[in-house]
Write a protein that binds this ligand. Structure first.
Ligand SMILES: [Zn+2]
Length: 427
């Protein structure tokens, strides 16, 4: 029998969306939760007891949409080490799982190989798509020109073959379904359908990046598991488009990851009051404001995403959120790229934006935990606090259901548990 850890004297918010359980303790063994029960006094040989001092224990958070592209020119070993350091930074922020939606297969695969026998207790878990599927020369090649980060499919047969080639190497599939309908750089609709079919045959979910309502309709029709990104409305003053999308996503059980944080960054790039707000909300430090403002990228145009259109998209996404919530859409939390803040902070900003837009704090926690696990079909093993689940958790000293900022502000973090291993937060 291996060493047991008991975290005692906590309120458990288990990530399922159910009511919190006060005066509880959780038992952990071999990296998994074994029991959630009333706080007791049992001790025994081989049992380590950690006093949670009336804190709040929730599942470790998930970053549901990011890109961890290593720096060009680094050697392979350096890239793996750097990736591991990035994942350690996530864990320090209470984020125990990271989903990479499009990235370098070799580096992510090498990291996985390294962790095959011993799960890393000092870094977040990584699940990844490998290269994204897109059209010939499709987005995001205009951004990085790196053909190793994508699979370009011009027809259904090629698309199917490429999904099968990646079969044993990746955790889920990411498609970019963006661009003028019928344009050569847009993934053909038949290719999208073939990708979803092949992925589902192999038990993988398919997450689809979209731009418009029509893209969403076609992606849902193809069988997409999750729609990535809020859409660009035809008429920003008309919320009936959002109502239609909400009904479609709710009735089909399709997950929805609006990635508000990235559109806020692109839409408000160059706006110094944006940075001041980030500092006020502890997303960046006060000292970073001037440094970020002086970067050439701050205020510079971003390919494929004109600032005005992106700001409209952000605001429409925010206004749509209560409609999505009321319709019963399963909203998941992911931030996409972090331009003006750290990657972990980008997810925390997304949580704040979701809550500010009207998602109740309990639903925001579900969005960052259980629904992210469900969207990549891992929920039977990780994402909630329940017996048998991987013991990834976050201990706070204040109630995140009372105020989402208790989750966002770093000062409330007491400890992180990763695969059963507890590390106290450092101030
Ligand atoms: Zn992305």
């Amino acid at each position: 029998m291996s060493a047991q850890l008991i975290v005692r004297n906590v309120t458990v918010i288990d990530g399922s969306g159910g009511p919190p359980v006060a005066d509880a303790e959780v038992a952990i063994e071999d990296g998994r939760f074994t029991a959630i029960r009333p706080s007791g006094k049992t001790t025994g040989g081989g049992v380590t007891v950690y006093d949670g001092r009336g804190g709040y224990l929730l599942p470790g958070l998930w970053e549901g949409h990011t890109h961890l592209r290593a720096r060009p020119g680094e050697g392979d070993a350096d890239q793996v080490a750097r990736l591991e350091a990035i994942l350690a930074g996530y864990l320090a922020a209470g984020i125990t799982t990271v989903l990479e939606l499009g990235g370098p297969l070799d580096i992510d695969g090498r990291l996985r190989e390294r962790h095959r026998t011993t799960p890393p207790t000092g870094a977040a878990e990584l699940f990844f798509a490998g290269p994204s599927f897109t059209g010939i020369n499709g987005w995001p090649l205009a951004l990085h020109q790196n053909h190793s980060l994508v699979r370009e499919a011009g027809d259904a047969e090629t698309a199917r073959r490429m999904v099968l080639e990646l079969e044993g190497e990746t955790d889920f599939v990411k498609c970019i379904y963006d661009g003028e309908p019928g344009a050569p750089d847009k993934l053909p609709r038949a290719a999208l359908q073939a990708i979803v079919k092949a992925a589902h045959e192999r038990g993988k979910s398919v997450l689809v990046h979209i731009a418009t309502k029509r893209d969403i309709e076609e992606a849902v029709d193809a069988g997409a598991d999750c729609i990535e990104h809020a859409f660009i409305p035809e008429n920003p003053d008309d919320l009936t488009e959002a109502e239609d999308v909400a009904d479609l996503l709710a009735s089909t059980g399709t997950y929805f990851s609006p990635t508000l944080a990235v559109f806020e960054q692109l839409g408000r790039s160059g706006d110094k009051t944006y940075l001041a707000g980030l500092a006020r909300d502890a997303i960046i430090s006060p000292g970073e404001v001037a440094e970020i403002a002086s970067r050439p990228a701050f205020g510079a145009p971003f390919p494929h995403h004109p600032a005005a259109e992106t700001l409209t998209r952000f605001r429409y996404g925010v206004r749509s959120l209560p409609i999505m919530r009321d319709a019963g859409v399963k909203i998941v939390a992911g931030s996409d790229i972090a331009l003006f803040m750290s990657r972990p902070a980008a997810l925390l900003r997304e949580l704040q934006l979701l809550a500010d837009a009207g998602l109740p704090a309990g639903d925001t926690i579900v969005a960052a935990t259980r629904y992210n696990a469900e969207k990549i079909r891992k929920a039977t093993s990780v994402g909630t606090i329940a017996p048998g689940q991987v013991a990834d958790a976050l201990l706070l000293n204040a109630d995140p259901l009372g105020d989402i900022m208790h989750l966002v502000r770093p000062g409330h973090r007491v400890a992180m548990i990763r695969h059963g291993h507890l590390t106290e937060a450092v101030e």
